[in-house]
Design a protein around this ligand. Structure first.
Ligand code: ATP
Length: 298
């Protein structure tokens, strides 16, 4: 088997006139965490659905853990854990019962089911809440349970679709700790997100998607260096001042982007004396994202 957990080549998925995924290539090496980053409608969820064979590609090659999709999706799914974007836990059951149901569905032998559930409870830090009914849990706990449920059968590969969407920043950090724990166990992860910080914090490599296509891929540091340069100058002021700065920067061949009350001038390290008053800061992944997708982000 190759050292890729996921390999996509030229994948296309159309819904009538809409091309949701448009010739996508994606490599996820075993033992790494790859972040799919893109604005709403970029095609992230469709890509995830193709990988779980809930949707079938119109064109292209898809391989998951060495199995071809959709033909061998059953074999692939046995080693795959999936956390959906929408919480579909059984709220009338307890935490432990939810996990036991999945242990059964994943065909874990009767003798091993208890241990498998115990391990998932520990990983998700839900040991103390095992007897709580799901409708009594906080939003963060529910999300941790949703991930734990995807892990009971010790999958080699986990797909996390927007794992922290709608959670407050504190709860998001709890989830990040859980993903970190998974990574340190050597589990391969593909995670879709539209939170820059999440991708920067968790992913070894990031693939930025826009309109169904991959527009850039690499480590966060590589992407920043390649697309946004080293330094950014933030200039604040009234709209007329911002327009002036944009015009001056364009005259110097520098790229800019508007962020509400400021203009960010990229690549000012090569600005040759272009130095309107402002604050300098290192370029970051958000600069790259906005440059490549044209979208502001959460
Ligand atoms: P979000 O972050 O909003 O979930 P996304 O990057 O996951 O966005 P997708 O949900 O994959 O994007 O959607 C990509 C495009 O395909 C969108 O234009 C969407 O409206 C369209 N699309 C997705 N699923 C379907 C479907 N079942 N039928 C018709 N169009 C669809």
């Amino acid at each position: 088997m190759s050292d890729l957990a996921i390999r996509l080549r030229g994948v296309v998925k159309r819904y009538g006139p809409i091309t949701a995924v448009d010739g996508l290539d994606l490599d996820v090496p075993l033992g790494t965490c790859v972040g799919l980053l893109g604005p709403n409608g970029a095609g992230k969820s469709t890509t995830m659905r193709l990988l779980t064979a809930q949707a079938i590609a119109d064109e292209g090659e898809l391989e998951l853990l060495g199995f071809r999709l959709p033909e061998e999706s059953k074999q692939a799914r046995a080693q795959l854990g999936v956390t959906p974007q929408l919480d579909n836990l059984d709220v009338t059951l307890t935490v432990e019962q939810n996990l036991l149901v999945f242990a059964y569905l994943y065909r874990i032998g009767r003798g091993e089911r208890r241990d498998a559930v115990e391990r998932a409870l520990e990983l998700a830090k839900l040991v103390d809440r095992r007897d709580s009914r799901v409708d009594k849990l906080s939003g963060g706990m529910r999300r941790r349970l949703l991930i734990a449920r995807a892990l009971v059968h010790r999958p080699r590969l986990v797909l996390l679709d927007e794992p922290t969407v709608g959670l407050d920043p504190q709860v998001r950090q709890e989830l990040w700790a859980l993903v970190d724990a998974l990574r340190s166990e050597g589990t391969t992860i593909l995670m879709s997100t539209h939170y820059i910080e999440e991708a920067q914090r968790l992913a070894d490599t990031v693939l930025i998607m826009s309109h169904g296509k991959a527009v850039a891929a690499g480590t966060p540091a590589e992407l920043v260096r390649e697309h946004a340069g080293d330094e950014v100058l933030e200039v604040y002021g009234p709209p007329s001042r911002l327009a002036e700065v944009e015009a001056e920067a364009a005259g110097e061949g520098l790229r800019t982007r508007r962020t509400g009350t400021s203009v960010s001038v990229l690549g000012v390290e090569s600005g040759n004396g272009f130095a309107p008053e402002g604050e300098r800061r290192p370029a970051n992944l958000e600069d790259v994202f906005v440059l490549l997708t044209g979208e502001e982000i959460a």
